[in-house]
Design a protein. Sequence first.
Length: 401
Amino acid sequence: MKRTIRAVGTVAVSALVAGVLVGAPPASADDVDVAPARKITGATTSPFGLAKDAAGRIYVSNFSQNNVVVYAAGANGAAAPTRTMNSGVNSPRGVDVDSNGFTYVANGNGLVSVFAPTADLGDPPVKTFGTGAGAALGLDVGPTGSIFVRKSTTVNVYSPAAAGNPAPTTRQITGLPNGNGVHVAQNGTTWADAGAALRAYAPNANGAAIPLRTISGAKTGLTAPVVGLGTDAAGRIYATNFNVVSTAVVFAADAQDNVAPLKVLGGPASQLNDPSHIAVSGSGRLTVANFGAQSVLEFATLFVKAPSKPRALKVKGKKRAKKRTITWKAPADNGGAQITGYRLVIKKGSKVLVKKNFGPGKRSFKVKRAKLRNGKNVVFIKAKNSQGFGKNAKKAFRVRK
């Protein structure tokens, strides 16, 4: 894949992010240049911060417009936001949503604004608190509700009840090089960018703590400034290279030192252009604030696996019925790719009585009693995606002739 190193205005960049623009050579990894599954262009005029809530709504901070907009789950194209928060918002960077629906905004004036779940245009925040001198650059609400705020060279941790200007921290990770992002994984590990590197800290890290591990070096494909950080359910680590090569890189869950990423997403088809903050689903679905192209991009997982078993497999009809109806539902997990079909097999012991392939929309099949055998029969059905077939769901049923 060809990567383009682009020159950008140093003054404009330094006003938005911390770090020095450094080019990186191509990493030895699986380069992926795929189109996004959807692209939102509605009110994303300078999208920098991004978060998703449990319902799939997307929250985007517009740096130049001093607002945060909310898009409905499934929004696409020139979709209009459902809500806009702007009261007291100042050059916003990071944004996140807690489990109760409150929105947290990291502002350029160092304040964190907290908005009610229904806040809209002109509604004041329910509270603000200060983080000290300098911009609040990144923000993540951790699994226990603590608020992690990235300052240029520290990560400040606040309780959910934080108040005051500056608000007291519960702890502070110090000694970081200039950076922009912070992400707290479900296991409590705190990830922070450190120039052209990533650092992982223990859940209770405080002061000049020694990182658990560091990802850095020429093989990593990391390019300062790094902005977006995230992890998926498998523990893989995602990061975005902002302003220079415009890529998203993904590392193995146990990655450390000078190691190549598993995936490097970027190129013309991807449309990535100054990608900043991100949200990563458990399956690895990646949503990106695409600052340079004034859009939000969402990509299907880069790690497709076979789908899970079809659900709710049933065999309807009485034992002596001339026809039996077999029904099922789509798998709960499509493996990160569209279901392309199903395979149904009916057996009596080891003997195959019926074998049928169906398209992705099929949910039922009628089989004649003449095709079956007296006694116990078993139906198997499995789903298929681009990775192949998943595991079978099975259901035993009895036939009398």
